[in-house]
Design a protein around this ligand. Structure first.
Ligand code: MTE
Ligand code: MOS
Length: 749
């Protein structure tokens, strides 16, 4: 079944923040942001801006009625700079005017008196200075120092992965409207309506029951609106509170690129030890995460890097250490994979490096070390593994060594075009690693005309979560999907939501919806039993009709609902779901944090043009573990999109900051994302249907993030092609592998 939004998307009728009709008297905000990355802020001169045409108010830190603080995990992030500037793009003042143009015109008239300070952009320098966001974190399994002494082969190295711009099509933005008695209603393009509500309460001094946050859908989030939507909502809220009028702010693309954080760049050191049979015996890894100027979501992102530091492999002795380093970049944040991809890249590098030195294919080491049922991850959880199955099924269908031989054969006869192939197994844990976040609620109303409305905490951002939730309700009630409507995500209807993140939105909100629908269904069945003179246990609902002992009756859904209403039966339910069986104890760094893992194996083939350094991704073929997919159209779309986004991160997307902390790749002319010409020529998906006891709604598995990591294979495939052309050149393990980098690697002396 296709995504319920596809019709309105294609016709341009879907509603985003910018499509909400404006209330008469609406004002427009914009911010004056810092032109430098690190400075002492002495004074802000707003006089000229205040006198500028159409300006209603200019707001600085001292005007904020509540707290000038939006840091959710660590209180280290002022909404507006006060005394110090920590990154280029840091908001300093809010300009509120009668029109957007006038607000932006006035912003140019603000003057600041600053003393510039030395910026730090390198996480290793920050770590050496002791500038950490949180104390270092460590996972230890077995005894790696002792184990290294027994290894036949030991290899060491260093890796760099860069940031990544989210490039959601809809930029960040919010619209705040004053409500009765000082309250506020906020429309926000956010993955976390409750996070916005909390942040707005903090800066305005309002209570949570005075602030309503409403989200229709997002034009993409990809993690970039999990935490970073808060600032813009707070800016409109503060402006609305101080002017008493509705205030809107939707960022321009270049503002968004300049002022918001991205995927965390990482610099890492690894040491890997193998025995004579190529079994990985020991692995030490140290991660330096470039957190940017404040914590944002860096600590949990860092934790997920540790959780995924051994990817799909069983390594008996691991010491993994991670530093979250404070630098003068915009606060980096969640991005699809949430630190997992950065962790996996390092172990894939360690394996590729060992393979190159030993003269064996990396796939041999990968295959030999896949985690099996019952083996433990470094954090103590026992694997229920599909790693070997997904590899074997993929191999059966695609013939991995055949693809490798095909490339080798091509390379022997082609001088200036070289092919490369690489494999990427993926293992990604599903659940928020912070256990309390794994809860959700759903509010289901069956109206007296038989139509069904569902509200949950899930935010639709293109991933199709609303379609899946509608499917759940339709399935439980035995109704066609057209009878079910997903309502906006709203904090009045659903409170205390976790953000739509960690790929778990359909899992959590789908289960809550299932519980709510089942509760209503139970009551409806009792009425039906009376009406058709049967036991409630004999009643089923199929295709909008009541069945008694499997036999069709003449009682339809609509009449059943109306009869139930007349008998004063409750046709609504608010249900709560909390993922069972998960826990994690940071004092021992052990536990069972994930409900389950998603597995898969991909093979990526590329052709490199060795004269120009250009390359094409010929194919991505994967065997992917769906559990039992609820919607193959939506899930395949998630896989294709994730793969392309992962390949983009590893290849052509390049975030560039000057040494003084200024973003150079600040527009679409300087930052390249995959377009229709650079996507893989083919993406093949072999579904692996798996079944275990602990899966999500209707035995499905989450799908949102894991496929992104298949894209990592593109990096190693390009590397293999480059090595086929110039085997002697030393190559750094540094991503992205842009065409420029490829060209340099081919011909360096
Ligand atoms: N797909 C689309 N089209 N747009 C998005 O913003 N975000 C991704 C993924 N797929 C995203 C997407 C991220 S980062 C996550 S965590 C999941 O969707 C969240 O949604 P889910 O929990 O419903 O999978
Ligand atoms: Mo996704 S990075 O968990 O929003």
């Amino acid at each position: 079944m296709r995504n319920l939004d596809s019709h309105s998307h294609v016709r341009g009728e879907s509603i985003y923040l910018d499509d909400i009709p404006l209330i008469h008297g609406t004002l427009y905000a914009c911010v004056f942001d810092s032109p430098v990355a690190h400075a002492k802020l002495n004074t802000i001169d707003v006089r000229d801006a205040e006198e500028s045409e159409g300006v209603v108010r200019v707001i600085t830190a001292k005007n904020i009625i509540g707290e000038n603080q939006i840091g959710g995990i660590v209180p280290d992030e002022p909404l507006l700079a006060d005394g110090e500037i920590h990154f280029q793009g840091m908001p300093i003042a809010i300009i509120v005017a009668e029109s957007e143009t006038l607000a932006r015109k006035a912003a140019k008239k603000i003057k600041i008196d600053i003393e510039t300070l030395e910026p730090v952009t390198d996480p290793r320098i920050a770590a050496a200075n002791g500038d950490l966001i949180v104390p270092p974190k460590q996972f230890i399994l077995g005894n790696s120092p002792a184990a290294f002494k027994t290894c036949a082969h030991i290899f060491e190295g260093r890796t760099e992965t860069n940031g990544q711009e989210h490039l959601y099509i809809e930029t960040q933005g919010a619209y705040a409207i004053p409500a009765e008695n000082g309250g506020l209603k906020i429309y926000s393009s956010t993955q976390g309506p409750t996070a916005v509500q909390r942040a707005v309460c903090r800066v305005t001094g309002l209570a949570m029951n005075e602030v309503e946050v409403d989200v229709q859908r997002l034009g993409g989030g990809f993690g970039g609106k999990e935490d970073q939507a808060n600032a813009w909502a707070c800016i409109t809220a503060v402006a609305s509170q101080l002017t008493g009028r509705p205030v809107k702010y939707a960022l321009h693309r270049m503002e968004d690129m300049r002022m918001t954080g991205k995927r965390h760049p990482y610099s890492s050191d690894f040491r890997i030890g193998l025995d004579r049979d190529l079994k990985i015996v020991a692995y030490d890894v140290t991660f330096y995460q470039n957190a940017g100027a404040s914590a944002d979501l860096s600590p949990p992102v860092l934790e997920r890097t540790l959780f995924h530091c051994t990817n799909s492999y069983f390594v008996p002795n691991v010491t993994a250490t991670a530093y979250s380093c404070r630098t003068n970049l915009p606060p980096n944040t969640a991005f699809r994979g949430f630190g997992g991809p950065q962790g996996m890249f390092v172990i894939e590098t360690a394996i590729a490096h060992a393979a190159e030195k030993l003269g064996v294919p990396a796939s041999e080491i990968q295959r030999k070390n896949l985690i099996d049922d019952g083996q433990r991850f470094p954090y103590g959880q026992k694997a229920e593994s599909e790693a070997i199955t997904s590899w074997n099924q993929g191999n059966k269908k695609y013939d991995f060594s055949g693809l490798q031989k095909e490339a080798e054969l091509f390379n022997t006869s082609s001088r200036y075009f070289k092919k490369g192939v690489a494999m990427m197994p993926v293992c990604f844990g599903i659940s928020f690693t912070k256990t309390p976040m794994n809860q959700a609620r759903s509010l289901v109303h069956v109206y007296s005309d038989g139509s069904v409305a569902v509200s949950t905490g899930a935010v639709e951002m293109g991933q199709g979560v609303n379609t899946k939730i509608a499917q759940v309700a339709a399935k439980v009630f035995g109704l066609p999907i057209e009878k079910v409507r997903l309502q906006t995500t709203n904090t009045l209807r659903i409170a205390n939501t976790s953000p739509t993140a960690a790929s778990a939105a359909a899992d959590l909100n789908g289960k809550a919806t299932q519980l709510a629908c089942e509760a209503v269904l139970t009551r409806l069945k009792e009425v039906a039993a009376e009406l058709v003179e049967a036991e409630a246990g004999a009643i089923t609902l199929v295709d909008s009709v009541v069945f008694r002992d499997g036999e069709k009756t003449d009682l339809g859904w609509q009449r059943l609902v109306m009869e139930s209403h007349l008998r004063r039966v409750n046709l609504s339910e608010h249900a709560h779901y909390a993922t069972p069986g998960i826990n994690f104890d940071w004092s021992t760094a052990k536990g069972h944090p994930f409900a389950y893992h998603v597995y898969g194996t991909a093979v990526v083939g590329v052709t490199v043009d060795c004269l120009r350094g250009r390359y094409e991704i010929d194919y991505v073929k994967c065997c992917h573990d769906f559990g039992s997919s609820m919607n193959t159209a939506v899930d395949n779309g998630q896989i294709e999109g994730g793969i392309v986004q992962g390949i983009g991160w590893m290849t052509i997307e390049e975030v560039v900051y000057d040494p003084d902390g200024k973003l150079r790749s600040s527009a679409l002319s300087t930052y390249k994302v995959p377009d229709i010409y650079s996507v893989p020529k083919t993406i093949e998906i072999l579904p692996l249907e798996t079944d275990r006891e602990n899966l999500a709604v209707f035995n499905s598995k989450a799908v949102g993030e894991p496929p992104l990591m298949y894209g990592i294979a593109a990096y190693f495939a390009i590397r293999n092609a480059v090595r086929a052309f110039s085997p002697e050149n030393p190559l750094a393990f540094k991503a992205p592998f842009t065409p420029e980098t490829v060209l340099m690697s081919l011909y360096q002396s």
